[in-house]
Design a protein around this ligand. Sequence first.
Ligand code: PLP
Length: 391
Amino acid sequence: MKFNYICTECSRQFDIVPELMVCPNCSKAQRSDEPVRGILEINLEGNVNKQFSVFDMLPVEKEYFPAIPVGNTPLWQPANIRKNAGFANLQIKDDGVNPTFSFKDRASFLVSAFAKKHRINEIVLASTGNAGSSMAGIGAAAAQDITIFLPETAPEAKIVQALQYGASVYKVKGTYDLAYDMSLEYSRLKGGMNRNTAYNPMTIEGKKTVSLEIFQQLGNVPDYVFVSAGDGCIVAGVIKGFRDLLTLGLSDKMPVVYAVQAETSDALYRAWNSGKFENIPTHTVADSICVDIPRNGYHARKLLKNHNGRIIRVSDATILSAQHELASNGGLFTEPAGATAYAGFLSEKNNLENDAQVVVITTGNGLKDVASALKGVKAPDKSIKSIQEIL
Ligand SMILES: *Cc1c(COP(=O)(O)O)cnc(C)c1O
């Protein structure tokens, strides 16, 4: 298999080298308050066996990946949830069981291997919380030095995780968007590899592995895939993975991919309808998808448009009730951004055939943000001294 970069705007091709993160021409048009310009995709050429391994389809050789079990997450059939929804072929791909408990490990894993291959030992990134704790954990397994810039509002569990893994953590007085810009500046001054989502092409490429696994686990391509979207990297990775399978002749169709956003942090959705990205302050209970400037906005929009994808929105209240439904009926406790995908499925299911193969991707573990999860349940309001009080 041969790999190289191709610019998603001008289609120019480049060798894969760590000094090149975005297209040198298209990135000249970059403004500070808009999505990343000149995103580079990995182009694959060659043949793979029908019994392929995920590593066969990645642009870094297997020997450079750290010894930590990323991916191969369960695709499972939640009986009660299926029954309640009336969808006999509903499946859940639970990426909350990754080593650092979020989907972000797929990107960190490939970035770590890419840096290792090129003997780069420092990795820097901005994060709403999960990408940072993920890179910290995967980096610990690879003996790499990780520096993270986080908004000061990031959930405590995600910060504690990053610190436990031994990363250097900087809290930023402002939003994720400020952290993003600061981390780029830090990389420019200090060197190392920058793992900012979208900007580093390996982040999108690493995320495609979820689709390769879904295909292997189902034995075919599902009809619909639901995933939540903030920066739009995961949804782009999901589409890229299915497109690679199709291009290489391993599959014969694309799924319809739904990007689900929070109603109150909906920059991708707004740009989908208005044609332009506007930097408006947003908020949502789903902190992992709370993004004002979706860094992979142009690329995600293009992939969704080219492959019959959809963008929908759900309210914070439906996110919290979807979270509680998955937990109480399925035994699956996912963080609000993970439940957003399921809330999207619930809001859309009347438009789908109820025998369709549907995959909902839950992207993070519920314990990552206990404060938000508490909003969806009623905590016991007093302690009791004897069971007489409750009989
Ligand atoms: C990062 C993240 C997302 C969204 O991914 P984007 O690439 O920003 O769209 C969704 N869920 C969880 C748990 C995440 O950490």
